[in-house]
Write a protein that binds this ligand. Structure first.
Ligand SMILES: [Zn+2]
Length: 262
């Protein structure tokens, strides 16, 4: 009896355990880190996002265009790549789990930061940056710039360039005007401060889902999406991001890095 048991276990050890259990069973007995293997499930997605394509070798506002003319104002990037871009404003996303989401899903998100809103929260954005987010300019004080004198607009934009340089050692190239309002003085001031593109959005994810101020009422390649960080009216930032990602997948798209295209 004892000899048979020894013989059996000895025999079992000599066979590849995956072969022995069959592939399905092997999948069932790999629960040690199921979320680690399939982080998309942890974040409410049925399947992973497709990997982004190789970014263009010549971005729209690449170095060749710098220093010449005014920066373009964009809410959409002309590209045939099946990518859209996820952007966030205002320093409201201080939830540490959002950092986990960005890291685990490898989301190349762009954060537009306002100094007076971020306040003591710069450490959070340093963490986001360390997991792959990029940081861009959203003014010092989040005032509506349209109609202000050039000098005042310049102070708001260049002032935040200075803050981001001292906090992160960065020279942001992208700027989003608060509330999406701007005029020609804004674009000139942005150019003065080293900005190469003024970034608006074509789709916005708010409490009621995705809305499109103009153009097709679905996501198309090159769309810039603003995820509203205000959690006081409805789903959390993470849930909103999940909802956007589901729509991105439904349209056969994935998330690209805005800075690779602009
Ligand atoms: Zn804002």
């Amino acid at each position: 009896m004892l000899a048979a048991a020894v013989l059996l276990s000895g025999c079992a050890q000599s066979v590849d355990p995956i072969e022995r259990l069959g592939k399905k069973a092997a999948q069932r007995v790999r629960p040690h880190d199921p979320a680690g293997e399939r982080p998309y499930r942890r974040w409410g997605l049925a399947a992973p996002l497709p990997p982004p394509p190789e970014p263009p070798t010549r971005p729209l506002t690449g170095s060749a265009g710098r220093g010449y003319g005014l920066p373009p104002v964009v809410d959409h990037v002309p590209t045939r790549d099946r990518v859209v871009f996820l952007t966030y404003d205002d320093g409201a996303e201080r939830d540490p789990r959002f950092v986990d989401m960005v890291r685990e899903l490898r989301l190349p998100v762009t954060m537009f930061l306002t100094d007076s809103v971020v306040g003591p929260g710069y450490g959070h954005f340093a963490r986001l940056r360390s997991v792959g987010a990029t940081i861009q300019n959203h003014t010092l004080d989040h005032i509506s710039l349209r109609g202000l004198p050039h000098a005042g607009q310049r102070a708001e934009i260049c002032g935040q360039q200075d803050k981001l340089r001292s906090r992160f050692g960065l020279r942001p190239r992208l700027f989003r005007p608060p509330y999406g309002t701007y005029d020609t003085a804004t674009v000139r001031a942005a150019a003065d401060c080293g900005i190469t593109a003024v970034v608006l959005w074509r789709a916005s994810m708010g409490p009621a889902g995705l809305t499109y101020p103009h153009g097709p009422h679905r996501l198309v390649p090159g769309d810039i999406i603003a995820v509203d960080p205000d959690e006081s009216l409805g789903p959390t930032l993470r849930e909103r991001t999940t909802r956007v990602l589901r729509r991105v997948r439904e349209q056969g798209l994935t998330v690209g890095r805005l800075e690779d295209y602009l």
